[in-house]
Design a binder for this molecule. Structure first.
Ligand SMILES: C[S@@+](CC[C@H](N)C(=O)[O-])C[C@H]1O[C@@H](n2cnc3c(N)ncnc32)[C@H](O)[C@@H]1O
Length: 190
């Protein structure tokens, strides 16, 4: 799960300006690529939640399921078009906007509470414990922030579920790079 603190919640954002007026949507779209794409395929056992918290109508959560998704390509622009289409279809409950892509009005707290019931929660954070000493359960959710840290309120919501707090290395990395590192780490252990 990735939090987009400024990622817009209106379906009229410009695909030509994903880092600017779309509120760093580019970060979230790269995270989709890192979570789901292999060189010649899709990770069918992976799912990503993007929590959009920008104006004008937050929160929205886009869920992309690797086993079901269709029409997903590795470039940011076409994934941006799928996310934009999802935002336009937001309604009560969770709506399927295209195969494998779902939109809801769930908040960060709602999504965390749901994922905590069906997976191990892991908070990826620069000052956590070294990933190399950590064993993961089969169903595991990694929580990352975008270009900003989680707010103290978001962190409190997450920590209330007692996640492991794990660091991937000694430096601060981009969120999408963290997902690649974590995927490779899990691949090596499988
Ligand atoms: C670009 S960083 C966040 C911004 C950064 N903390 C700052 O203030 O410049 C994006 C996210 O990647 C994750 N992250 C970055 N480096 C990490 C590391 N070494 N270990 C674990 N997670 C990391 C964290 O979830 C972080 O919120």
């Amino acid at each position: 799960m990735v939090v987009g603190h400024k990622a817009v919640t209106s379906g009229d954002f410009k695909l030509d300006d994903l880092p600017g007026s779309a509120g760093r949507m580019d970060i979230l779209l790269r995270c989709v690529n890192s979570a789901l794409f292999l060189s010649h395929g899709i990770r069918k056992d992976a799912e990503i939640h993007l929590v959009l918290q920008g104006e004008p109508d937050p929160p929205l959560t886009v869920r992309i399921n690797g086993a079901e998704v269709r029409y997903l390509n590795p470039d940011e622009r076409s994934t941006g078009a799928l996310v934009r289409n999802a935002i336009l279809k937001a309604d009560a409950g969770e709506v399927r906007s295209s195969p494998g892509i779902y939109i809801s009005r769930r908040s960060f707290a709602d999504v965390i509470a749901d994922l905590a019931t069906r997976s191990e929660l892991v908070y990826l954070k620069e000052d956590g414990e070294d990933v190399r000493g950590k064993r993961f359960e089969e169903d595991v959710t990694f929580v990352l922030s975008d270009h900003q840290d989680l707010t103290p309120e978001e962190e409190a919501v997450l920590l209330a579920h007692s996640p492991s707090v794990i660091r991937l290395g000694p430096l601060s990395y981009h969120a999408d790079h963290c997902i690649v590192i974590m995927n490779v780490e899990l691949d090596m252990r499988a």
